[in-house]
Write a protein that binds this ligand. Structure first.
Ligand code: NAD
Length: 312
């Protein structure tokens, strides 16, 4: 049930740039300082890990897992408008590493800020070097069971949209129409001119860069960059507006594979919860929003959502 359609993000988020939770956590604080709803799964996990004189059997633990799935199934069945919110974790099962899992990209290299990209040839060169080094991986990646489960939820009409922080295009590859995928951080499978918007394809830019040492640039004189949103770059206004509208209409909001520390993206599950939607988080590791969620599953996405929706 929706409580109110307050445009909580629009004033603050449009034109904002991605940042970490610690940079500005006002939305997070606002939600988490409210009395949290009963965190069903968290409570069960705590109970299960409490010291006990009778050790729990594997069978008992399986029952705990099944209860989690039953609860998720009940929430999906009773919802009218589900919104799916995904992060890098949904694509790890397709072979694309995330940022913050142990061994994730950030444990190896810091991101390059947009302002540095605009300022320095060396930063542009390093940005493209990294991107071309990942090209084979992005080109060969295919949707996995988690993507297929999302696609099935959209196809059946249960889910109205996927709000994604991902830049790999795998939701579209799984069959979800472009119109139902909201890419908050853009798309890395192509590039565009930052001045005139002209589209460029990655393989052609790669040949010029690697063979002739040519830094991607446009005929108009502008710099060419992957169509992604970097730290320090403005968020896309249309996508932010659509994501806010979808979030405010949702009665169930399911987060999959996000550490929920990159803002303003992580403000959407907070907004959904504040607006009266049920909030589910499926993520291998804990997130700052776990205690505000109605159901938390620290499990892998493909197996969990695949079993839930009945797709392989
Ligand atoms: P993150 O790396 O901060 O967090 C990913 C989370 O997913 C982690 O908490 C991890 O425990 C969990 N996870 C990983 N594999 C999982 C699995 N199979 N099942 C369940 N949980 C799993 O990701 P984020 O919150 O999306 O933020 C990272 C930023 O980096 C985003 O803005 C995104 O644009 C970008 N990014 C995108 C890709 C991609 O498009 N595939 C990859 C890396 C980074």
């Amino acid at each position: 049930m929706l409580i109110a359609n307050r445009p909580l993000l629009s004033a603050s988020a449009q034109g904002l740039e991605p940042r970490h939770a610690e940079d500005n956590n006002s939305l997070s604080t606002a939600v988490l300082s409210r009395k949290p709803t009963r965190p069903i799964t968290l409570r069960r996990i705590q109970e299960a890990s409490e010291p006990s004189s009778t050790p729990r059997t594997t069978r008992q633990l399986e029952i705990f897992m099944d209860e989690d799935l039953e609860e998720l199934s009940r929430l999906i069945d009773t919802a009218d408008r589900v919104v799916l919110f995904t992060g890098a974790g949904i694509s790890t099962e397709s072979g694309i590493p995330d940022f913050r899992s142990p061994g994730g990209i950030w444990t190896k290299m810091a991101p390059i800020d947009f302002r540095d990209f605009m300022r320095s040839d060396e930063a542009r060169r390093e940005t493209w070097r990294r991107r071309f080094a990942m090209e084979d991986m992005f080109r060969e990646a295919a949707p996995n069971r988690g993507h297929r489960a999302c696609a099935e939820l959209v196809r059946s009409g249960k889910a109205t949209s996927v709000i994604t922080q991902n830049i790999d295009g795998l939701h579209q590859d799984s069959g979800i129409p472009d119109s139902k995928v909201i890419e908050l951080h853009g798309n890395t499978t192509y590039a565009h001119c930052l001045e005139c918007g002209q589209r460029y394809e990655i393989p052609a830019l790669r040949v010029d860069f690697e063979r002739d040492n040519i830094l991607p640039h446009c005929a108009c004189g502008g710099w060419v960059k992957t169509a992604t949103i970097s730290f320090g770059q403005s968020m896309p206004v249309n996508e932010m507006r659509r994501a806010e509208q979808e979030t405010l209409l949702a009665d169930l909001f399911i987060v999959m594979g996000s550490s929920l520390v990159v803002y303003p993206a992580a403000g959407f599950p907070e907004l959904a919860k504040r607006n009266g939607a049920s909030l589910v988080i499926v993520n291998r590791e804990p997130t700052p929003l776990d205690r505000a969620a109605d159901l938390v599953l620290h499990r892998s996405i493909g197996e969990t959502m695949g079993a839930m929706v009945g797709v392989e």
